[in-house]
Design a protein around this ligand. Structure first.
Ligand SMILES: C[C@@H](c1ccc(Cl)cc1)n1cnc(-c2ccccc2)c1-c1c(C(=O)NCCN2CCN(C3CCCCC3)CC2)[nH]c2cc(Cl)ccc12
Length: 100
């Protein structure tokens, strides 16, 4: 609809609201507020992995998140950044889309 075109023009499109457990992870990575774009969510999750040093220093595509809140959300001990599907599945469960 034209109103969505307007939102896209204003850059307000595709806003998402993380559920509380995911929001806490994003805030631990420096995020502020409660509504984000998907790009911002991915950025803060990447920052979280780096700050918490969850990636393997030698095999840097491997993330070992068992024992961390991120692993709780993903339901995984580890994953490779080369296969984003578990992350997208987790985001489907933990993001609600927001229409302003
Ligand atoms: C393509 C992208 C990606 C993005 C989403 C997905 Cl579901 C998979 C993959 N990506 C590629 N490597 C990473 C990565 C690897 C190790 C540690 C941190 C991030 C990422 C991730 C980013 C990110 O925002 N990436 C910016 C550039 N990255 C390059 C890697 N850089 C680090 C690599 C390890 C050594 C230090 C630099 C950080 C900046 N956000 C993510 C969030 C999660 Cl849940 C998982 C992975 C990432």
């Amino acid at each position: 609809a034209s109103e969505n075109a307007c939102r896209i023009a204003l850059g307000q499109a595709n806003q998402v609201q993380p559920k509380l457990p995911l929001l806490k992870i994003l805030q631990a990575a420096g995020a502020h507020g409660e509504i984000f774009t998907l790009k911002e969510v991915m950025h803060y999750l990447g920052q979280y992995i780096m700050v918490r040093q969850l990636y393997d220093k030698r095999q840097q595509h491997m993330v070992y998140c068992g024992g961390d809140q991120l692993g709780e959300l993903l339901g995984l001990e580890s994953f490779s950044v080369k296969d984003p599907s578990p992350v997208y599945d987790m985001l489907k469960r933990n993001l609600t889309s927001v229409t302003i």
